[in-house]
Write a protein of this length. Structure first.
Length: 166
């Protein structure tokens, strides 16, 4: 199996769990923060929804330069828009992974801020870290936020305390 096919399978599989979680976000409580240094619930939910869109930057491009200031967060004002954003970036990720040549994964990719280079890794390492592991990290944070708001959590990798009788 090609590397792109393995990643595509993972994106498809994980997108279902992510969408189920995002569907529970109470957008009316979007300002909720468990700590003053934390992102708000709406910021975190948007971040979780948009991370799968990073395949373009991490796989089709050779660097991300923060000095260029190209990132503009999408406006997400309601649950429908949040889920739509997630669905859109997942479809784009699937398209990229269907069309990309497997040789792309062995090329180097750099994260920088102008002349300051944070790191250079292979694209394979970058997509694993930034497109997948990064998503799982923030998705887990979102679970904590929802738990603190007393929202029953869906299954991600098995039953939750809310679904013991699955």
């Amino acid at each position: 199996m090609k590397l792109k096919e393995k990643y595509l399978d993972e994106v498809i599989r994980e997108s279902k769990a992510t969408r189920n979680l995002l569907a529970l976000v109470p957008m009316e409580k979007g300002d909720f923060k468990p700590h003053e240094k934390s992102m708000s619930l709406s910021q975190l939910a948007r971040h979780v929804a948009e991370i799968p869109g990073w395949w373009k930057e991490c796989l089709l491009q050779d660097e991300l330069d923060f000095a260029k200031g190209e990132y503009v967060p999408k406006k997400v004002e309601n649950l429908e828009a949040l889920l739509s954003l997630h669905d859109e970036v997942i479809e784009n990720a699937k398209k990229i992974l269907t069309e990309v040549d497997d040789s792309e994964f062995s090329k180097n990719w750099t994260m920088r801020n102008g002349e300051l280079i944070f790191f250079t890794l292979t694209k394979d390492e970058v997509v694993r870290t930034w497109c997948l592991n990064h998503l799982y990290h923030h998705r887990a944070q979102l679970c904590v936020y929802l738990r603190m708001l007393d929202i029953a959590l869906p299954s991600i990798y098995g039953p939750t305390a809310d679904l013991q009788n699955m």
